[in-house]
Write a new protein. Sequence first.
Length: 263
Amino acid sequence: MPELPEVEAVRRKLNREITGAVIAAAHLVRRPDRKLESRLRGRRIESVTRRGKNLLLELSGGAVLRVHLEMTGNLYTIADARRRPATTRAWLELDGGRALVLDDPRALGRLELLSVEQAEQLDASLGFEPVAREFTPQRLAELARASRAPAKLFLMDQKRISGLGNIYAAEALFRAGIHPAKPANRLSRQRIERLYRAIVEVLDVAIQSTCNAYSGPGRFDAGETFPLAVYGREGMPCPRCRQRIRRIRQAGRSTYFCPGCQR
Ligand SMILES: [Zn+2]
């Protein structure tokens, strides 16, 4: 599943490629919707932004096209619209025969047109952007103080912090030396500051890695170089203390951690 770094890599690439382009026509292949198609036609793409894992194409005339990639979706441009992949769920005709394609083998990705007010509501419903300036150690401390949830679930709650998923929550806790089951409100101020630095570092490295690797359409992981210390490494030695990485279940999902380094 694309996490925040992958979605951010897609955003940066698209923002360079399609800002200023005009939508000549829209085609919703999966669920044809003539009304939506005609509302998209003729609008100019002003910029591509992101909120949590939502890609937001800000359009002329006061509308925002929201795309959520869900499990298998990808959004990219192709030079020749006629060469769309078979798994295209929606596509926009741009200038010079180019197309913006929502390619999604499992067809779970979502696409909807929001008014500016609806986009503001979406913004208000999501937690802090962990890569934005508004996210500070102080903010993290305030959020943690108000939550008895285990640290890992606390980090993944999108109403508190937006866009931190299973992989990077586990990696941030490892870097901060915090046990995933430790209640958030019992973390000392010092440990909160370590956790803050770990979150920012992990996302920074992950975004760089994904941006470098995002060379071709439809590939999220080819060539990514983010060093996973614990995620998916059950039974393997911890890179720091050599104890075996353990896996536990939290809210139905796997959590990986080092019993030696994380308390
Ligand atoms: Zn360890």
